[in-house]
Design a protein around this ligand. Structure first.
Ligand SMILES: NC(=O)C1=CN([C@@H]2O[C@H](COP(=O)(O)OP(=O)(O)OC[C@H]3O[C@@H](n4cnc5c(N)ncnc54)[C@H](O)[C@@H]3O)[C@@H](O)[C@H]2O)C=CC1
Ligand SMILES: O=C(O)C1=N[C@H](C(=O)O)C[C@H](O)C1
Length: 253
């Protein structure tokens, strides 16, 4: 059965990648694409105004909406999905705790799948980090993420997810964002570093060091296509499921 999808932020970097990747798939059909700036075509798909999203959801009846936009629009579009009974896959990062709470509440009405990173490599990195920490007890941990120069939020959503993973395994730790001046490391703290340069699609490194050795666990996305492919796999998986909050790791099981 073909899964009908809608795409938000269609004129953005990820929106365009999602439309390009969807065009290559036979299990999915794009039935609507919206953006703040309508009247454009992206990857051969007409882009309509996001202001009309509620009416378009009712008219075109997508099974799943795929969202890579900004925190405010993500919550606004999620609420339109809940109203229309449409499932939501979102990879939008930079959400506040309140915005996450709002999404989780909407998941009472429709299926919502959130992931800060839709690459399989990051899913594997997360498992490796969870395994390495107990094996390297007491080692210092530093996390560095590097992204293109147009990224708005820092640290990245993926970095925040990795920090949650680290806290889950090792207990809550102080996070030190960059260092300047007299700033010696304190025991147990996690240094967090965000770099922005060029058109780098996304890199994350978790460095563990101690006992005269170091282990660097690094993921590099070669292109945004890897995120788009994962988000579309998630959309195909989510279609037809019950209302609730879902995680990308469930798609990969
Ligand atoms: N989870 C994942 O695997 C990935 C997540 N992302 C996240 O996706 C989001 C979008 O990233 P990019 O495509 O690089 O950004 P972008 O700036 O190229 O595109 C964002 C799109 O959303 C629209 N938009 C932004 N704020 C809006 C608002 N308030 N109302 C209506 N439309 C709005 C813009 O007009 C644009 O079309 C970011 O939060 C980014 O961190 C990006 C790559 C992978
Ligand atoms: O903005 C991006 O580009 C990316 N954002 C996500 C994040 O904040 O972790 C995922 C990926 O690293 C690319």
């Amino acid at each position: 059965m073909t899964v009908r999808i809608g795409v938000t932020g269609a004129t953005g970097r990820m929106g365009g990648e999602v439309l390009a990747a969807a065009a290559e798939r036979e299990d999915l059909e794009v039935v609507l694409a919206v953006s703040r700036s309508a009247d454009e075509e992206v990857e051969g798909v007409a882009v309509e105004s996001a202001a009309d999203l509620p009416a378009l959801l009712a008219e075109r009846e997508p099974d799943v909406l795929v969202d890579f936009t900004g925190p405010e629009s993500c919550v606004e579009y999620a609420s339109a999905c809940a109203e229309a009974g449409v499932a939501l896959v979102t990879g939008t990062t930079g959400l506040s705790d309140e915005q996450f709470d709002a999404l989780e509440t909407l998941a009472d009405d429709v299926p919502v799948l959130y992931a800060s990173n839709f690459s399989r490599g990051i899913a594997a990195l997360r498992r490796a980090v969870r395994e390495a920490i107990p094996a390297l007890d007491g080692y210092d941990i530093e996390l560095t993420e590097t992204h293109h120069n147009a990224k708005r939020d820092a640290p990245s959503g993926t970095a925040l997810t990795l920090l949650e993973d680290i806290d889950d395994v090792r207990g809550d730790a102080e996070r030190v964002h960059g260092r300047e001046g007299e700033a010696p490391r304190t025991e147990g703290e996690i240094g967090v570093h965000a770099r922005r340069a060029g058109d780098i699609a996304g890199e994350h490194e978790v460095l563990l060091a101690g006992n005269h050795e170091s282990l660097s666990l690094t993921h590099r996305a070669g292109s945004r296509g890897v995120f788009a492919a994962g988000a579309l796999d998630a959309a195909a998986w989510l279609s037809g499921r019950d209302a609730g909050w879902y995680d990308f790791t469930e798609v990969l099981e």
